[in-house]
Write a protein that binds this ligand. Structure first.
Ligand code: BT5
Length: 321
């Protein structure tokens, strides 16, 4: 009901809508309308009220409320349900909990702030309140668990496409999961899954994007290696618009992936890559090698030419330049 009232106020744009009209259109009492208006105000909406005239929506808060996101969202699967938290430990942990309890594919968990945001291998992910997009998506692809890393690359491409739509922003993807702008990390992906030997139960794709974080808000340990859209452009951007575009790109890529069209994703990944043709060091469980990143194969594995000229295939791990 709260969302229905909000939508009516949005539709009437700057003009006043009487309490009587709202109550008759939505078949609720005037008192109920008033209570929901109060609740919307508590959520941060500025609603002007004039006696005998009615209510008028003045400003919308900078929040990632599901009602705000779904209104203009053109997806079928990704974001078909959005679960919102003001503050949470980690959206990936919540995603795993909900997925284990049967949450459907496409459910998105989004939070204004994470208190224990995670990167890979137990690293921390800084997630200050209201400054970025800290979200997770539940997927249930019918693929071999060995193919799950492809989802990380696919998500990185969705992120790169989204950044690409911002004026003057040229995103680069560092294998496997980082998005960089001018040599600094602006977004990361953490893919976690629950699987049996040959079957995936669920995948939780966690995405962190620095949108409006200022330099002063970056923790000292990352201030020289991280950036945000705000730092790069000198102005704030709508997190809602970024999230909407990202969910749409993610859905387009995921649906074509499910149809078996992964080669095009790999090609696009290569186009955005800042890893290929660079001298790199790779560390992954049980592997440590140096060489030149020469290609990404059709499965999304990195092909590295080592000093002796041999080609090595790396499916997961960490690279440094
Ligand atoms: C990642 O790990 O890049 C994956 C980040 C995924 C974060 C999302 S937010 C929503 C969801 N819920 C979670 O709990 N996590 C996911 P990795 O490649 O391991 O990089 C981690 C490293 O990036 C850290 O050790 C820092 O050096 C750096 N870092 C931390 N916070 C950052 C930030 N906000 N922006 C840029 N770099 C950051």
């Amino acid at each position: 009901m709260k969302d229905a009232i909000l939508n009516l106020l949005k539709k009437s744009e700057c003009s006043f809508l009487s309490g009587e009209e709202i109550s008759s259109r939505l078949q609720v009492s005037r008192t109920a309308v008033w209570k929901h208006i109060q609740a919307l105000r508590e959520d941060g909406y500025t609603i002007e009220s004039r006696s005998k005239v009615g209510y008028r929506l003045v400003t919308v808060p900078d929040r990632l409320y599901p009602g705000e996101i779904t209104v203009g969202l053109k997806t079928r699967v990704i974001g078909s349900r959005i679960v919102y938290f003001d503050t949470i430990g980690s959206t990936n942990d919540k995603g795993k909990e909900l997925a284990a309890n049967g949450a459907p594919e496409g459910l998105v968990i989004v939070a204004e702030e994470q208190t224990t945001g995670r990167g890979r291998l137990g690293r921390t992910w800084s997630s200050p309140k209201g400054r970025g997009i800290w979200m997770s998506v539940i997927l249930r692809p019918e693929i071999n668990p060995m193919d799950a890393p492809k989802l990380t690359l696919l998500t990185a491409v969705a992120l790169a496409r989204t950044f690409d739509s911002y004026p003057g922003i040229q995103p680069g993807i560092k294998w496997p999961n980082d998005v960089f702008i001018k040599g600094k990390k602006i977004a990361g992906v953490l893919t976690e899954m629950n699987a049996e030997l040959e079957r995936i139960n669920y995948v939780v794709v966690g995405i962190g994007v620095n949108v409006n974080t200022s330099r002063a808000e970056l923790p000292p340990e990352i201030e020289n290696i991280a950036t945000s859209l705000y730092i790069e452009t000198g102005k704030s951007w709508s997190r809602k618009d970024f999230l909407t575009k990202l969910l749409e790109e993610l859905e387009a890529l995921y649906l074509s992936f499910k149809m078996g069209e992964y080669a095009a994703v790999v090609e696009e990944w290569k186009k955005y890559s800042v890893t290929l043709n660079k001298k790199i060091k790779v560390t992954s469980p049980g592997v440590a090698l140096e060489g030149t990143a020469v290609d990404l194969d059709d499965d999304g594995a990195l092909i590295v030419r080592t000093r002796d000229g041999s080609l090595k295939r790396v499916v997961a791990g960490e690279i440094t330049f």
